[in-house]
Design a protein. Structure first.
Length: 371
């Protein structure tokens, strides 16, 4: 079975034998009373990688965004959320909304859609907080960060990015020899932007294969988060095992990261080219998440099952912006060329069968699975 359901984009696995040993898994006390040994050093490495003044480790993006928007809401703010924002970010925004913070949405990747509303709210003394993904896996497009910053700066606001999809993949100085750029620092490095008005929250679980999150930004903002975070009072910090895995991931990234990113780009390009030769296309740009939308004549469930029968495991899910079922292929640096060719050949065959008279059309509601 060729598995296209894993988001370990660079193929990092972190076996126990590859990590520095630890004396105990956790100290058994909340993060507010002390972090795991080595966590500060790892956070410092991440701050430098992302191009921010300071960073701190958090057990997950759920912990991170659960606290962040409540902390920001201690000021008079209004949150503007891109309709394409990831579910976990939305949960954090919803918590702030439950506490009385005004929340507005705007069209995906459309900074101009909120300009007039930002100005009206600013006249009422409300600071704007713009929230969106740094990199959208659905369309493959990077956020227009500078445009958002230009709107919030005059009013003392912030731009909050969930950069999980870009961390470990995008970097600086993209060129033919390094189409994803170098270093893997994410959207800020890719866009050559840094501002104290930017707050970045990212999971390392995808690009770097480590189940831990990082909050990065200005020295002032990160210290404020650490001092006011309620989950740091009531929850444990990342375990020693996770901290050592993060350190290992950063070490591999320094030594092999650019090579792995180039291999990943080559595999994605081969996948897209193979489909294009058959007149098929996917959403996702040049990124590892490639999404195919079955035609109205076919059945997404039937196509997904037919791919399984041909040895291809993919992700069946609902589109972020509606109820159309889609099938996504998550490509990693661990895939072989023959895996890619097998997937494209299978999809070509399934597509041809899906529009033939004898193809079974299965109709039922699918549960949405997000990646």
């Amino acid at each position: 079975m060729a598995d296209f359901t894993s988001a370990l984009y660079l193929g990092l696995r972190h076996s126990s034998g590859s990590l520095r040993p630890w004396d105990q898994l956790t100290a058994g006390k909340p993060a507010a009373l002390g972090s795991s040994p080595g966590a500060v050093a790892v956070a410092s490495q991440l701050a430098a990688l992302l191009g921010c003044e300071r960073a701190t480790l958090v057990p997950s993006t759920l912990h991170l965004f659960w606290d962040l928007f409540t902390i920001l809401a201690s000021e008079r703010i209004v949150i503007y959320m891109d309709t394409g924002a990831y579910a976990i970010v939305k949960w954090g925004v919803e918590r702030a909304a439950a506490g009385g913070t005004a929340v507005r949405t705007f069209r995906h990747h459309d900074p101009g859609a909120m300009r007039a509303q930002v100005q009206r709210d600013a006249r009422r003394g409300l600071r704007p907080v713009v929230v969106r993904d740094g990199l959208c896996p659905a369309c493959g497009g990077p956020a227009p960060i500078e445009s958002y910053l230009a709107q919030v700066r005059p009013y003392g606001g912030y731009v909050v990015l969930d950069d999980t999809q870009a961390l470990g993949i995008l970097g600086q100085k993209a060129k033919a020899a390094a189409p994803y750029g170098s270093g893997g620092g994410g959207s800020l490095r890719w866009s050559h932007i840094y501002s104290p008005d930017l707050i970045v929250g990212s999971s390392m679980a995808k690009g770097f294969g480590v189940p831990v999150a990082v909050l990065a930004g200005s020295e002032k903002m990160v210290r404020r988060f650490e001092q006011a975070s309620s989950t740091r009072i009531h929850c444990s910090p990342p375990s020693n095992a996770v901290v050592h895995a993060a350190d290992h991931a950063l070490s591999v990234n320094r030594q092999q990261g650019d090579h792995l990113r180039l291999r990943l780009w080559q595999l994605v390009s081969r996948f897209k080219k193979g489909l294009a030769e058959a007149g098929l296309s996917t959403h996702g740009g040049d990124l590892p998440v490639q999404t195919w939308e079955p035609s109205p004549e076919s059945s997404p469930v039937g196509c997904h099952n037919a791919l399984l029968q041909r040895g291809i495991s993919s992700v069946l899910h609902l589109a972020r912006h509606g109820f159309q079922a889609q099938i996504s292929f998550l490509i990693t640096a661990l895939h072989r060329v023959q895996d890619i060719d097998h997937a494209t050949d299978a999809l070509k065959d399934v597509t041809q069968r899906a529009i033939s008279p004898g193809f079974l059309l299965e109709k039922h509601y699918e549960k949405s699975i997000q990646f």
